[in-house]
Design a binder for this molecule. Sequence first.
Ligand code: AR6
Length: 173
Amino acid sequence: MTGEHLQVVHGDITRMEVDAVVNAANSGLLGGGGVDGAIHGAGGPAIMAACKAIRDAQGGCPTGEAVITTGGLLPAPYVIHAVGPVWHGGSRDEDKQLASAYRNSIRLAAEHHLRTVAFPNISTGIYGFPRERAADIAIRAVRDALAAAPGIEQVTFVCFDEENYRLYRERLA
Ligand code: AR6
């Protein structure tokens, strides 16, 4: 189940008691379905208000980047909104953009002196990124980013679907 600071759990990220949960957001930052809908639904309107303020200030969040807001009513005090790529077959730098979304999330967490972070399987739902390929990229990107973020003690991959859970368990066994 563990590998250095990494662990995997099967479940709903909105229930995680960590310093920050990562959201699989879109560039507009105005919510959507999937885990984005679940986080805004459980966290309440404070998260959307904070997203709107960021949108007004910087015009959204480009693919591969991330922004941080309050966690509102969630057990986690912060939400890091990371924008993964839409899968187009692999020829549009999707791998790099996905890695960048994970790395920038860890960087933001470190800048805010957070110690525990939980990630969903970014881009593997509505955005259609192949799950196995995404799992390899996610684990590698997080490991790389943690090397430069010694204050982060634990990263949890929260897998909602059975297939992702199996893929991460195999890789982090
Ligand atoms: N907890 C943890 N993981 C979840 C949850 C949950 N409550 N609900 C879904 N997942 P997706 P994407 C998993 O579609 O592919 C939104 O509309 C799900 O099983 O949420 O990055 C945004 O606004 C899958 O493995 O995000 C964007 O427009 C993973 O979360 C777009 O979808 C990601 O699936 C982003 O698409």
